[in-house]
Design a protein around this ligand. Sequence first.
Ligand code: SF4
Length: 940
Amino acid sequence: MEAAGQIKEIKSACPYCGTGCGVLLKSDGRRILEVRGDPAHPANFGRLCGKGASLAAVSQAAQGARRLHTPLLRPARGAPLQEISWEQAYQIMTERMAQIWRVHGADAFGLYVSGQLLTEDYYVFNKLAKALLGTNNIDSNSRLCMSSAVAGYKQSLGADAPPCSYADLELADVVVIIGANPAWAHPVLYRRLEAARAARPEMKVIVIDPRRSDTAAEADLHLALLPGSDITLLNGILHLCCWEGWLDQAFIAQHTSGFAALREQLRDCTPALVAQRCGIAQDDLLQAARWIGQAALQDKRVLSLYCQGVNQSVQGVANNSAIINLHLALGQIGKPGAGPFSLTGQPNAMGGREVGAMANLASGHRNLGNHEEMAQIAAHWGLAAQDLPRQPGLTALQMFDAAAAGQLKMLWIACTNPAHSIPDQNRLRQALQTTPFVVVQEAMADVATLEYADLVLPAAAWGEKEGTLTNSERRISRVHAAIPAPGQALADWRIVCEVGRRLQQLLKPALPPLFAFDSGEAIWREHQALCAGRDLDISGLTYASLEQAPQQWPCPAPGQAQARLYQDGRFAHADGRARFIALTQAALPERCDAHYPFLLNTGRLRDQWHGMSRSGLLPAMFGHVEQACLQMARADMARRGWQDGQLVRVASRRGNLILPLQASDEVRSGQLFLPMHWGAEYLGGRQRNGAPVYGVNTLSLAAHDPVSRQPALKHAAVQLETVDLPWRMQIFAWDADAPALLAAVRPWLARFDYAACSLFGSAGSAGSAAEAHATGCGAGVRLWAGAASAPAWGSVQDLLALFGLLEGDILRYADPARGQARLVKLAGPRLQAAALLGDCAAADWLWPILRGRQDAPMPAWRLLGPQAPGGQPAPAAPMVCQCMQVSQAQLETLFSACPPDMDQAACLAHAQAQLQCGTACGSCVPQIKRMLGPRSKAAA
Ligand code: SF4
């Protein structure tokens, strides 16, 4: 860490997605001033997406009141949290844990950790659960993300190890992207793919995804298969490869087993049947099979990239193995440019797997059921072999089910927000309420899970702690502390070690010290020693060598890091052969029927990350998508006479909520799409029974893959009905501390039938300084609400006061008896805030004036009118380029002036030259191309 005032630049890695981009981080020892891509990092070579590029702004925004600074204790459920000292926190925690352990035993604990922890944090959490407490009840939020990929690799190839490297993106001839939208979720990898396609236009990209995402729209071929038909489709492609003679028979014979059984099963997967079951054109199926199957004959390479669309399914493991089957049958694995390559959602999901910090895993990729391997771990930790628990522990969903059933006496939740991410939130909230002792170890003050915490432990955040991360291509990067953690917040590993040391004195004082670590490096070296001789051997690495260059595992000796696995055709199963797995398609966990006729899919937005506890600190990140909307096929809406923005109640068998509709050309008829980010922090209201809405996972289901236990977050059957909420409200206001105002508004969300909130403005982006200077604040808060009847007038006054609408230069019209009011607040000639109660029609013209910082029409009383004097202003357009603050409207204006014969590439270049859009992180380029459409064949 730098001395305060001295400006230095250090290397680190981005804490968001599993791409694991390297960053250079400039700080003065107090604040992170700038973050840019590390040109030397092999994951990104200097590129960053909008999320990574805004890390300095996020770090700065996170230093204020939105952080947890001290330990907090809730003296009784429902009471406010109170500050306590670390000494008190450790004492309360260890005494309570010791008591639970003695009375209820080791399995009364549940530790729920995170793929955003560093490997060192993960290691000590795992050791505390398994070596000290003696339970395997530790699981990670990676269960929601990567556990199907883990089980698929293990089942088919023998080890949890992605065989490919990012360099294969540049070497592949056919890239198959399945159930993934890397243009939004892994943007830097997508930039690499874009560059490779530009350099080698003969490269083919096939996208298999129910939705026409930005990635799909740019593909050479998009197979918009019906949800839950992945195995049918992959079997259908393999059927064609078999019967056309495109298989690599020599590879199958020498390096695999099980093909005969699979081949038998493929007989029935005829193109006509497969096309019909997948809902795709037979010609498209044949084309995909030809590009994939004939590649090997032409000495070409096939690379598959896949993510949550494959993993988050009741057949997640089978989906993974179906992809691997294809690669094995074609010999497309263990070669440059080829292989099945799962993209990791979180920055360090793989690190957690390496240390074994999941309920069914053991350290160093060992197996709970293998006596010899478990004895190795025990010896390493100074334990007797029988001291380590052997039965798999509770996986994430099982853990919360057990908690809801009263079987767990303590939950220790670290660096994750289950009150947003776990499916079936009604059930989850019951689990959190039922558990007698809930400890939340967290950096941010606004996550929904804190509401249930009895004890809060303040943790250091990114940029404030040291350690390592492993990305999707098995590459370990060092991350560094550039600034101190605020207040008394501590690195996660330090908190765990202190609890561990104290608890060991109470529970197992005779054992050798389990947590005698004085640095992250000391922890890493113990982990390294446990990996020696394993498939992930990292004996050849040191903290110092990782400092110089991030390295892939295995690396058994210096300079021996392996970019690709299985190049010798020897796989990780005991006999060295990979396994073909015969697979059949099962039904979706919830069939659509007359009562629940729509299938709800969930996924990611471009500029937000997971529960938005960090990306949501920046108003600019809401510029692309401002609020939670339910995307529905345009034709389905037209058939019903439904309009954009119309409120509907979406109901699953578990819960229901109200949302505005958004017409979409991306989703097929009968399907719906809802971004997964909108938790209770942004999307509220009341369910039919009066219970609060807990964000999008109020709807999702806990059905899961039987092996990986990964939930099917993408497959809920739902019904829709329009709702008539005669009383509507919108309030929007610039505010000097918008995140604090947002936090104050959140408790109000459950008071209305429909409610949502978000930030707006450009704070945290390139344009923020000038904008903030012009108006006094660079950000604001917008609140939408609706109710069947007007709420008590007095209570609404309190809400108006929060927005500063009861004092200052206010114009007001109010009819309390009818719940109607309009208030506007001016700051000089500009609109500072507006509230529309009862009837919100005027929001259509007031919002663009406020958001666009236009001078208000004069005389000012005209602002109280239902319509804009002198014509409606153009609606506020969504932001397309977040980095350069270029809106959709600006682009439309520019493109309307382009000559009709100007092709797509030329129009894009023109826009980049005129507006600089897409010239920084480039994440908006697919959307800009999509706006342009294929203006000419050459351009397409
Ligand atoms: Fe971070 Fe973006 Fe790179 Fe992912 S792609 S690691 S979010 S910069």
